[in-house]
Design a protein around this ligand. Structure first.
Ligand code: ADP
Ligand code: ADP
Ligand code: ZN
Length: 215
């Protein structure tokens, strides 16, 4: 099994690379952001609790996101998981380690995608996704071939995230540097950190990620 974490600030390209790995390597993407948005959109109790927190750009409690991940890990056996946007705190990292150990599994790589803040503003402000298949696009760096239509599935339900605005991004970046960036040291010490240049073009980032996984 191959279990990997994609670590990086909002807009670093985690979701984009995770989707490629799903396609190319048959791994399963576990995005806590996607799970929380689903809960919010379907109006569950948990969704109602997290909606305001997410809109502000704060982190949802460890308890909630660890619970979501635990549920998925207990599902059927797969070739491996890509953790996208999880863990985001040291407590989440510890919990993930414990969950994997309990299943007799290991964490094979933690890939830090390094991108500077100026680029993140551009990334986030141009981001839109397909509501039907989840494909991630960008106004300038990854536009759809036909305007308003998803290349992958033909849907015209393309949407922008409510929290992809300048104010929320500032808060999300602050949360990243305060609470998530310590994980870089945590995994460096654990010996499984690899850093890739997230500023490169999408295909080149994919090559760097593949090089880490095939090392
Ligand atoms: P991005 O793509 O910008 O990195 P995500 O889709 O991963 O953002 O997350 C969106 C929001 O969901 C976060 O701002 C946060 O409120 C919440 N969230 C997602 N994952 C976690 C997590 N592991 N821990 C706490 N909050 C989370
Ligand atoms: P994250 O999941 O880390 O928040 P996304 O994968 O959603 O990031 O990417 C954020 C935005 O940047 C999207 O609009 C995506 O199309 C675009 N993007 C992702 N990777 C790159 C890249 N290497 N170069 C240029 N744009 C990119
Ligand atoms: Zn689509």
């Amino acid at each position: 099994m191959t279990n990997i974490i994609l670590l990086g600030p909002p807009g670093a390209g985690k979701g984009t690379q995770a989707r490629r790995l799903v396609e190319e390597r048959g791994l399963v993407q576990l995005s806590t952001g996607d799970m929380l948005r689903e809960a919010k959109d379907s109006g569950t109790e948990m969704g109602k609790i997290v909606a305001d927190v997410m809109a502000r750009g704060d982190l949802v409690t460890d308890e909630i996101v660890i619970g979501l991940i635990e549920e998925k890990l207990d599902g059927e056996k797969v070739g491996g998981f890509i953790f996208d946007g999880f863990p985001r705190t040291l407590a989440q990292a510890d919990a993930l380690g414990a969950l994997l150990a309990r299943k007799g599994e290991t964490l094979d790589a933690v890939i830090e995608m390094r991108v500077d803040d100026a680029a993140l503003v551009d990334r986030i402000s141009g981001r839109f996704t397909c509501g039907a298949c989840g494909e991630v696009y960008h106004d300038t760096t990854k536009p759809t071939k036909i305007e308003g239509t998803c290349d992958e599935c033909g849907s015209t339900d393309l949407k922008r995230r409510a929290d992809d605005n300048a104010e929320s991004l500032r808060q999300r970046l602050m949360e990243y540097y305060k609470k998530t960036s310590p994980l870089i040291g945590y995994y460096y010490h654990a010996g499984n950190l690899a850093t890739v240049d997230g500023l490169a073009a999408i295909d080149d980032v994919a090559k760097s990620v593949a090089a880490v996984l095939d090392r």
